[in-house]
Design a protein around this ligand. Sequence first.
Ligand SMILES: Cc1cc2nc3c(=O)[nH]c(=O)nc-3n(C[C@H](O)[C@H](O)[C@H](O)COP(=O)(O)OP(=O)(O)OC[C@H]3O[C@@H](n4cnc5c(N)ncnc54)[C@H](O)[C@@H]3O)c2cc1C
Length: 411
Amino acid sequence: MKANKFDFDVAVLGGGSAGMAAALKASENGVSVVLIEREDRLGGILNQCIHNGFGLNYFKEELTGPEYAGRFAKKVNESNIKVLLNTTVTKIEDGYTLTLLSKNGLKKLKVKSIILSMGCRERPAGAISLCGTRPAGIISAGSAQKMINIYGKMIGKKIVIVGSGDIGLIMARRLHFEGAQVLGVYEILPHPSGLKRNISQCLTDYNIPLHLSKTVVEVVGKDRVEGVYVAPVNKDFSFDFSKKEFIPCDTVVLSIGLTPENDLAQELVQPNNITGGAIVDEYLQTSKLGIFSCGNVLHVHDIVDNVTKESERAGENCAKFVKGELNISNPLSIKNGPGVRYVNPQTYYKGDGILNVNFRVSNIFENANIVIKNNGKELRKIQKRILLPAEMETVVIAKKDLTGEVEISIE
Ligand SMILES: Cc1cc2nc3c(=O)[nH]c(=O)nc-3n(C[C@H](O)[C@H](O)[C@H](O)COP(=O)(O)OP(=O)(O)OC[C@H]3O[C@@H](n4cnc5c(N)ncnc54)[C@H](O)[C@@H]3O)c2cc1C
């Protein structure tokens, strides 16, 4: 297993919407690209999202997940990009040497640069220390979606959903369509975790109750789930067991958050402890020169259109890196101020052009201002009727207006 000099200029790890967009942009910019996907087809999570609501921004059309993915997969297949399916990247060594595992065994690949686009995974029951027994019938929302939409298998009849993330909301509606009784969505926080449009289109429209500040405190059942105890959640996140009630059900669906699938790069690049992804500069380059990150492996996105746009920037910048055209001297920091949970990217460089900063607020804010500061002085205020932690915000700043540290906060 001896690596060649350079097999490709760019290796894109993961063939979901992020990987396909990044690979296409890099290839369009004249560098050789290999796109590596562990599944037997391109598309990633979109392949199991058969509902519509994708592409409103990017294509100005409402598409299903497979339709959105299909448009990019077609372009990839018509391009010069080398696609390796059924191939898992198991290791990144010396920065740019990849170990690939496929049915043909192990292979090493040496590249000049890497784009990380491995998506994210669901948090399991252990992540919330779910109490009680572990019978059959506890399933994550994404697995439930795969069982129903890909394998055509129903998962239960009387369902309780833990957490109000978007996948849980979408699955509440899907399970209702499939004839299950969806008894309620229980959210530990005082506000929903999913998008407003999903609350109304997936719960309200079908009379599925959403219980805020209430959660499942115990699962009951030996072979199969027989029910759950739910209890109100106090302001300090303790549970009010005096008001605990039993809900008979046969299935518990967990929709308790996503976390970037960043393990491969964990030791190579500086991690962002809030997002679970990597720290990146405005080019989406990580702390390791030539390694870029985009899509859900960088930070969990709510809509795919943003994933595509971000990943196209990563692909274009990666091609510039290969061609030695990226200016990366004297990084200046971009920070989150009061009311902002995280910003992305965390650094920028002086110059012309525009700076896109994505961020999430830490709480619900009504009639608030997004405040952009440059070097401690207010640069701009943007009025907002409502800001929600579930919805990613973006500010676009002209770089010519910036001279030092940028801070984004909420007033
Ligand atoms: C249930 C659900 C519903 C959604 N609904 C909407 C919606 O209505 N509208 C909307 O706009 N957005 C929606 N989204 C969001 C959007 O679809 C995602 O944010 C986006 O598709 C993520 O793209 P990605 O490429 O970052 O990740 P993924 O699609 O997860 O792709 C990552 C890929 O990397 C591969 N991979 C991982 N590790 C390796 C490895 N080591 N080697 C090789 N390959 C690897 C995986 O197999 C996968 O194919 C939804 C998301 C989910 C999960």
